[in-house]
Write a protein that binds this ligand. Sequence first.
Ligand code: MG
Length: 246
Amino acid sequence: MKPAGRFVGSILKDLKAQTKVGTNLLEIDDFVRQRIESRKGAESCYVDYAPDFGTGPFTHYICTSVNDAVLHGMPYDYSLKDGDLLTLDLAISVDGWVGDSAISFVVGNAIDPEDLRLIKCTEDALAAGIAQAQPGNRLGDVSQAIGDVARSQGYPVNLEFGGHGVGHVMHGDPFVMNDGKAHHGYKLRPGLVIAIEPWFLKTTDEIYQDPRDGWTLRSSDGSRGAHSEHTIAITDDGPQILTVRE
Ligand code: MG
């Protein structure tokens, strides 16, 4: 699964470097389409994906969630403004194996320190969750580690959407909740691959689906969200990040 993970990581790294004030979400989408089309064996996990939490098939190559949008952001004709908080979530299969990863960052120079604090909290929660993804630990150890970091920073946690098993399909079992109880749940074994993906909103745990596209999930109170995700393998030597951004 390493080639798929590295491919996803490299695209996110490039997108973070090249996304500027004025970049259109559809340009980002088109860049991902071109990268996928130029890589033999690569296929989008998003195009035509039609799970029960979306309305009809997804029609783009990447999720772009801006400001009060946090998950499943459908790209549309929007040019990024100075200070926008952008989340990019990308899943691609390469030779039949999936990599899934997400990154949040602020575009331009008008950076609100509160946005950076929120982003850092999701990154810290991701690191804490990964640190618990040890053989012999349980899923609840990962979940509680994530929830503890959110609590320490005063952010509420939504439990409807979280991490998941990854393999030949993007969304497999087990579900990896962003909060839980240590020492409970499925036992982690070498060979298990999961996506760990803390995402938090500043002042609410409630979301709604944007009726304009039937996909984008936004905060109920308009507060901004951030999201950090890696696909990791549990090995005899501990967790290994597959979606490295090199
Ligand atoms: Mg995911």
